[in-house]
Design a protein around this ligand. Structure first.
Ligand code: BG6
Length: 476
């Protein structure tokens, strides 16, 4: 093969809470992600260390209005269509469908909104790829059951998913259960609606919540295939391989251990059982979750059809506690790699690491992969028409698409598609900022919520359009 497969799915990815806004319209309920403020308290809220159970007057909560996509989705999807998108990855806000999470009946207005949105995608020949939970948990379930700490969450998630599968069985084919499921270990309020009390055994609770999500994922994979055997069900991992800081075997071992924290999740999703290394470690540390006998049967019988992941950067690990030069990177902090440049937010830029990660995943599982996030968060300086000459973004994406092409054409990785993160500027998950922009489409809105919300094309808009039109042949 010399290029990407003919039916390769090019597109972009967003998440409901980062773009829709309209947080309390048409019956939508309050979600954990609505309560993440901008500023210095954000991280502690996302990690569950600081309780934020209601809005207060001291903080600004950017998800409340997002980029107002709830009202502007037709314009946004038209622009995606103009770029030639084959796929649009988006997520459903759980609280639009079940505002509290444990109701008997779903909210029709929420279902209708997504039905209209999917129809709009199909008008442009765009296939929706739907994340069922992108860091999204109804606050009523957090307050009443403690979020994914509770096994009851499996039932609520099952009901929610079943409603989606039945209603959208002819409109959606590709589904992801939980966005970046491994994030539960690093940002449990964001990943699972879990916050902590002073005496909580944090690690134990995180693995219990992770077990519940993994079982829920297998259960809804089963249900999905019963409702429509053509559905393609995927998991989603925050990807990026870990390099040893040196060839000291101790560093190599440390890198392997850190990778296992992530690959544990895909190992269970794909192979259908807890890997031996995880069983041993969790038992040794007294962290093995409480389980029911049917859990292991479900995991075994209903693995995912494909593996999706986000890739922004590789990571580095060292066994030496003295080496503490941390750099930022997608909530998971990593050591600074001296060979790499970094973005304005300290995220290290490593296109070859992308090829390495694609190969690791394919070597490990031999299942189709789907890259569902990749991109550069950067400060843009628009002219008076909102035009941005974003050569830095083009350079980042070009080098990553080239690395992905090498993985497909030279290494034989089976890859279904590629969606860039944030094809339109949207609220940052990590910081809550608007100024950390990823889009091909500029949105006039600032970190304080000021601006007209007007959309305009950046230079990268036409560049990506050409990439798609040539199926990745022309990258300059
Ligand atoms: C991933 C998430 O972690 O990275 C997205 O799935 C997020 O929700 C993206 O937006 C980029 O991170 P950030 O912090 O720059 O928005």
């Amino acid at each position: 093969m010399t290029g990407f497969p003919e039916n390769f799915l090019w597109g972009g990815a967003t998440a409901a809470n980062q773009c829709e806004g309209a947080w309390n319209e048409d019956g939508r309920g309050l979600a954990n992600v609505d309560l993440a403020p901008t500023g210095s308290d954000r991280r502690a809220v996302l990690t569950g260390e600081q309780k934020m159970l209601a809005f207060d007057d001291e903080h600004y909560y950017p998800a409340k209005e997002g980029i107002d996509m709830y009202h502007r989705y037709k314009e946004d999807i038209r622009l995606f269509g103009e770029m030639g998108f084959k796929v649009y990855r988006m997520s459903i806000a759980w609280t639009r469908i079940f505002p509290k999470g444990d109701e008997e009946e779903p909210n029709e207005k929420g279902l209708q909104f997504y039905e209209d949105l999917f129809n709009e995608c199909h008008r442009y020949g765009i296939e929706p790829l739907v994340t069922i939970s992108h860091f999204d948990c109804p606050m009523h379930l957090v307050n009443t059951y403690g979020g994914w700490r509770s096994r009851k969450m499996i039932d609520f998630f099952e009901k929610y998913s079943r409603v989606l599968f039945e209603r959208f069985k002819n409109l959606v084919k590709y589904w992801l259960t939980f966005n970046e499921i491994n994030m539960i270990l690093h940002a449990p309020f964001m990943g699972a609606g879990v916050y902590f009390e002073a005496n909580d055994s944090r690690e134990k609770i995180k693995y219990q919540a992770a077990h519940h999500e993994l079982v829920a994922s297998a259960l809804v994979t089963k249900i999905a295939h019963e409702i429509n055997p053509d559905f393609q069900m995927g998991c989603m991992l925050a990807g990026g391989d870990t390099y040893p800081m040196t060839c000291d075997p101790k560093d190599v071992w440390q890198a392997k251990l850190e990778d296992r924290n992530n690959y544990f999740f895909t190992d269970v999703h794909v192979r259908g059982y807890y890997p031996a290394y995880a069983v041993k470690e969790l038992e040794r540390k007294g962290l093995f979750p409480e389980t029911q006998p049917e859990d292991f049967q479900l995991l075994k019988e209903y693995p995912v059809d494909f593996i999706s992941f986000s890739y922004y950067s590789s990571r580095c690990a060292s066994a030496d506690p003295e080496i503490s030069k941390l750099t930022d990177g997608n909530v998971l902090a990593s050591l600074k790699n001296p060979y790499l440049e970094a973005s304005e937010w300290g995220w290290q830029i490593d296109p070859l690491g992308f090829r390495i990660t694609l190969n690791t995943l394919y070597d490990r599982y031999q299942k189709p992969l789907f890259v569902v996030e990749n991109g550069l968060g950067a400060v843009d300086k628009p002219d008076e028409n909102g035009y941005v000459e974003d050569n830095y973004r083009i350079a980042y994406l070009r080098s990553h698409i080239q690395a992905m092409k090498d993985a497909v054409t030279l290494d034989g990785v089976d890859l279904l598609g590629y969606t860039t993160w944030g094809p339109i500027d949207l609220v940052s998950a990590g910081t809550g900022e608007m100024s950390k922009r990823y889009g091909f489409i500029y949105v006039d809105r600032d970190d304080q919520g000021m601006g007209s919300l007007k959309r305009s094309k950046k230079k990268s808009f036409d560049w990506y359009k050409q990439v798609i039109a040539t199926n990745g042949e022309v990258l300059n």
